[in-house]
Ligand binder design. Structure first.
Ligand code: DX5
Ligand code: ZN
Length: 214
């Protein structure tokens, strides 16, 4: 019996002045955790949250799964900071990884390690790091901004990763919605990050129930 598909709402799509309410709503609607996008203005052309936000969410939701996505040039600098702030999972980009031991360092800090790749990076680039990761996060849009359209070619990397024998979680991030969720599931994804499609939904609870029924 396969495990159910996880729904991880991206708080980037929430009203930043009402993050607490948005997080509370997402978790009570049935989300499996919160996806938190960290951007440094260099690796991607935007700025978002810092460790203080993760720390505050951890304080407010002691038991919540905080899925932290590091879109930063120097992940080794930030891994210990976000681990201390209360991240449950820390996902770093293969394009920024200078030493794959960083994934083991994340695990040694008691945090679940993830690896991500931009649209232009082939799945094959992850092969050597797959045994060290619990999660692969496939960027299905160019990272930096919410509200973009999913690129189907990127989603197909999920099937390629399964063909390479990866048995951990595969998450798709960017442009995921109720219409494409089943196709992503069929390709091998078992965690869906949803920003706009979740926070702008008429009934986020219904979206969560649909994802869990996939
Ligand atoms: C994009 C971020 C995503 C984004 C997804 O750089 O990594 O997590 O918030 O938002 P939507 O679902 O609106 O594409
Ligand atoms: Zn993300």
């Amino acid at each position: 019996m396969p495990e159910r598909v996880l729904l991880l709402p991206s708080i980037l799509a929430a009203d930043p002045t009402r993050l607490l309410d948005a997080a509370e709503m997402a978790l009570s609607a049935g989300a499996d955790g919160l996806h938190i996008d960290i951007m440094d203005g260099h690796f991607v052309p935007n700025l978002t949250f810092g460790p203080a936000t993760v720390r505050a969410l951890r304080r407010a939701f002691p038991g919540a799964w905080l899925d932290v996505h590091l879109m930063v040039d120097t992940p080794a600098v930030w891994v210990p900071v976000f681990a201390e702030a209360g991240a449950s999972a820390l996902t770093v980009h293969i394009e920024t990884l200078t030493d794959s031991r960083l994934l083991s360092d994340i695990r040694a800090l008691g945090v679940s390690p993830g690896i991500s790749l931009k649209p232009a990076t082939p799945a094959e680039a992850l092969r050597a790091t797959l045994p060290l990761a619990d999660l692969v996060l496939i960027m299905t849009v160019e990272p930096g901004f919410g509200g973009q359209k999913l690129m189907p070619d990127c989603a197909r990397k999920a099937a390629a990763l399964r063909a390479m024998g990866f048995g951990g979680r595969i998450s798709c991030d960017g442009g995921v919605n109720r219409e494409n969720a089943a196709e992503l599931r069929a390709l091998g994804a078992d965690a869906l990050v949803m920003g706009t499609a979740f926070f702008r939904a008429e009934s986020p609870a219904l979206v969560a129930a649909e994802v869990h029924a996939l």
